[in-house]
Design a protein around this ligand. Structure first.
Ligand SMILES: [Zn+2]
Length: 202
């Protein structure tokens, strides 16, 4: 399938004639400098593999302990879910719900939906509910905070070292890997899925 011949800037509605981009090239709007399109290096197969990898790392990041704090010979390790439950019990319900949503439920939903879309995109098809899924993915985009969490954990580790013996647990490394994967995902323009897929023939 050939991509649509025209591109519209999301921010200022200027219309451009599409040109094919070489590796590493980015098309930007001449008026508002918003990124119109990037050359995409990954195929649907590659993106599906990336989603599966992110899923495995995500499960590890959420089940393995993140840090262990030691004081006077006592050790206490924390997992993400242990922390969320502790916050709920200590009457910080709003924060615990926000943390659970942005670090667990939204990223999980995003990965499952991406998996669904890429699974069909491998054959150039749009799966059932493609339109709705793409809209949900668009709105979910700003609501996943794993990379922000990673920064927060690093700052907490450095700060807590003044008072406790802090040991970084495998969960931190899983989060670091997840942050790298999220950065790779952020560089992919998913709007191109509209161009490279077609409705399934009945
Ligand atoms: Zn523009």
């Amino acid at each position: 399938m050939s991509p649509a011949p025209l591109l519209i800037c999301e921010h200022c509605d200027t219309v451009y004639r599409r040109i094919s981009l070489a590796r590493g090239q980015v098309a930007c709007c001449a008026r508002c400098h918003f990124v119109l399109e990037r050359h995409h290096r990954l195929s649907a197969n590659g993106l599906l593999a990336l989603t599966a990898t992110a899923m495995v790392v995500f499960i590890q990041a959420n089940t393995w302990p993140i840090i262990t704090l030691g004081l006077n010979g006592q050790q206490s390790s924390a997992t993400l879910w242990g922390t969320i439950i502790a916050m709920w019990q200590q009457h910080a319900q709003i924060v615990s719900v926000l943390v659970a949503a942005t670090l667990f439920f939204f990223p999980l939903m995003k990965m499952l939906l991406f998996g669904w879309v890429f699974w069909f995109a491998r054959r150039g098809e749009r799966g059932p509910g493609f339109r709705g899924v793409m809209i949900v993915l668009h709105y979910l985009r700003p609501w996943t905070m794993s990379e922000v969490f990673m920064l927060g954990v690093l700052v907490a580790i450095v700060k807590a070292r003044a008072y406790f013996e802090v040991t970084a647990d495998p969960g931190v490394f899983a989060y670091a890997a997840l942050t790298v994967l999220i950065t790779v995902f952020a560089g992919v323009d998913f709007r191109q899925l509209w161009d490279v897929t077609a409705e399934r023939k009945p």
